[in-house]
Design a protein around this ligand. Structure first.
Ligand code: WT7
Length: 628
């Protein structure tokens, strides 16, 4: 896996980079963690200064910038209206059919204020949780910012998720208000979000108001008294373009974002205004070496944490011009992205290994037809990047001149925890070094550091400002899942296995728990299993991940049918589609095998490890706890 060749940044890159010497600032940030974060926090606006940078009196519940008052929108929009950013482009958006919308910071402020006033008129108050289920259209970040502006928390559900996933998230957050769209464009087809939303609302009764943005214009079912068109509301006097930004406590909830864990119930991670603002803007500025003239494209969907932190909040706080694209990278042809980079003069591209592998498959010529000379930096996120894809990205897309920042982090950490700076010598496939303020270790089960190059558990020794604060409604689960394994040492358990080489480069190996990364998306085996069991023919199910060339991992399932049911090709297809309909197309299993029994421990837990080894033709290992 590891490779000897070091990729060095060019001399011009080093000369122009904001941080030239990673090591000395890193050392400083570890020895003076609070001072380091204080300096960064001072670059943002605070209505009232904080009185403590860090407070850890109630472990593992920490606070950053305690007592400070601000609002992320104050820093992401309001302050830019008094600078040269005012008429700078905030968002360049291209729809899949080719329509274009651009919003300056001034225009973004107007749109966000209007949306915010509409939400207020619909009864949304500070502290409410608003669920957002939208395609990649400008209204998605606008709706997020509008919630934040009035002090409501948003819970964005990825537009690729389906009925049960959406319903479960609405229920858990007890949202009264749902913001959606009639649909979006994907590979020339309409994704019918409003129909999915309607079915989810039938399953989760808390929604009283649903506001729908018209995107595709196809006919959708609207219910009297509950459903409103956004364009109707925005034509009313309530939708004024002036709206005060609510002053929030540093530790007030900014958003919740659900992610998969080991149980079927997704965790709603709580992120806050103060620390998250500081962490996302600092990491974005340093890791991407942001310049005023950059056109920065994070190709992630805003419905995932990457989109929250590095498409919306971090870049906007830094006054960056961001690109957004609605549809598929290969529609109508595999050069769609390259065409857009050339057309808009994109300087930074941040995407996932899966997307890179997917585009690599179409060959070099689709890329080489385009002038990509504006690109100066590339990024990767979400899963380990294989050296072959890394080298293709580096030489073909980046023309050999762009550093690649391979960033490791999680929904839980809010921002990049491990990443090279663009001036760091690079080893393809390694996320390189910890970001400032973070100490990252690889330890054994006892919490002791393992030797160089030895595999172990990835831990972070200290809370960082961008980390989630808790799990919505379940603080016990927060403490248990992340902070209990090495409680004595106070380490955060990431749930990943990794190794650190003799040069201190960190190599991520994969998940240690029942989380599967499919195409960089995070899913729990338990979610797939419970979707299968919700089908009338299924008694029990087990899901495992097996390596897949394009997707990184693919889902394979083992199903035990109910008495009297027999497995068939038709039933296999039906079950695959059932999972896709309940959770979303990303969760669709690659294969389903019908079995007579599932390997279980005496306490009844399915031994997925055994299934996995069997499926790969490997030794099943220690099965002394196996029941039969
Ligand atoms: C898991 C977190 C990072 C935001 C998007 C994913 C895996 C993430 C990398 C990377 C190897 C990575 C880990 C992690 N992961 N980035 N650069 N190299 N693995 O956030 O959906 O919460 O998933 O993604 O396994 O634990 P997420």
């Amino acid at each position: 896996m590891s490779e000897q060749k070091l990729y060095m940044p060019s001399q011009t890159f080093i000369e122009n980079a904001e941080i030239k010497d990673y090591q000395s600032l890193y050392d400083y940030s570890i020895e003076n963690r609070e001072e380091f974060w204080n300096t960064e926090a001072q670059k943002l606006q605070w209505v009232t200064p904080y009185n403590a940078v860090f407070d850890y009196s109630e472990k593992p519940f920490f606070q950053w910038f305690k007592g400070g008052k601000t609002n992320i929108v104050l820093n992401a929009i309001d302050r830019h209206l008094h600078t040269s950013c005012l008429n700078k482009l905030a968002i360049i958006w291209e729809g899949e059919p080719g329509d274009v919308r651009t919003l300056s910071y001034h225009a973004l402020n107007r749109e966000v204020s209007k949306f915010a006033n509409i939400l207020k008129a619909m009864g949304v108050r500070k502290g409410d949780i608003v669920t957002i289920y939208m395609p990649q259209i400008p209204e998605l970040p606008i709706a997020m910012l509008a919630c934040a502006k009035i002090g409501a928390a948003h819970s964005v559900v990825y537009g690729g998720f389906s009925v049960e996933a959406l319903a479960a998230r609405i229920d858990d957050a007890k949202s009264r208000v749902l913001l959606t769209a009639d649909g979006g464009w994907r590979r020339g087809k309409i994704t019918d979000l409003k129909s999915i939303a309607n079915e989810a609302m039938r399953r989760s009764p808390t929604i009283e108001v649903c506001i729908t943005v018209k995107r595709t214009g196809h006919e959708v079912e609207m219910e009297n008294d509950r459903d409103f068109w956004y364009h109707d509301l925005s034509a009313l006097p309530i939708a004024s373009a002036k709206c005060e930004t609510e002053v929030m406590d540093s530790e007030d909830m900014l958003f919740i974002l659900y992610t998969s864990g080991t149980t079927g119930k997704p965790k709603g991670l709580v992120h806050t205004h103060g620390g998250y603002s500081v962490y996302t803007s600092t990491t974005h500025r340093y890791i991407f070496d942001i310049k005023d003239q950059d056109r920065y494209w994070c190709a992630a969907d805003p419905g995932w944490i990457t989109g929250h932190s590095y498409l919306v909040y971090g870049p906007l706080i830094n006054g960056t011009t961001i690109m957004m694209y609605e549809g598929a990278p290969n529609h109508p042809y595999p050069n769609r992205w390259w065409q857009m980079i050339e057309k808009y003069g994109v300087t930074i591209l941040y995407t996932s290994p899966t997307a890179i592998r997917g585009l690599m498959r179409f060959g070099d010529n689709w890329v080489k037809r385009h002038d990509l000379s504006t690109l100066r930096l590339l990024g990767s996120v979400g899963e380990p990047i294989n050296p072959e894809a890394w080298r293709w990205y580096h030489s073909i897309v980046g023309g050999g001149r762009c550093p690649i920042v391979d960033t490791w982090w999680q929904t839980e950490t809010g921002g990049c925890m491990i990443a090279p700076l663009p001036t760091t010598p690079l080893k393809p496939g390694s996320a390189s070094k910890p970001f400032f303020g973070n100490v990252v270790k690889v330890v054994d089960d006892g919490g002791n550091d393992v030797e160089a190059n030895e595999e172990g558990k990835l831990v972070i020794t200290h809370p960082s400002p961008g980390m989630a604060r808790t799990i919505l409604g379940d603080p016990e689960r927060w403490a248990q899942t992340y902070w209990s394994e090495f409680a004595e040492k106070g380490y955060y358990s990431a749930g990943d296995s990794a190794r650190i080489d003799e040069d201190g480069y960190i190599w991520i190996i994969g998940r240690l728990d029942d989380v599967i990364k499919v195409s960089g998306y995070r899913l729990g085996t338990a979610e797939v299993e419970s979707a299968l069991v919700s089908h009338s023919a299924v008694a029990e199910a087990a899901a495992i991940a097996l390596p897949h060339e394009l997707k990184g991992n693919a889902i394979h399932c083992f199903v035990l049918l109910k008495q009297g049911k027999t497995g068939s090709r038709e039933l296999e297809d039906e079950l695959k589609n059932h999972v896709a309909k309940e959770i979303g197309p990303i969760a669709k299993p690659d294969s389903i095998a019908f079995v007579d029994s599932l390997p279980k421990t005496r306490s009844g837990k399915i031994m997925r490890r055994v299934l996995k080894a069997r499926a790969q033709g490997l030794d099943v290992g220690d099965i002394s706890t196996l029941e039969e």
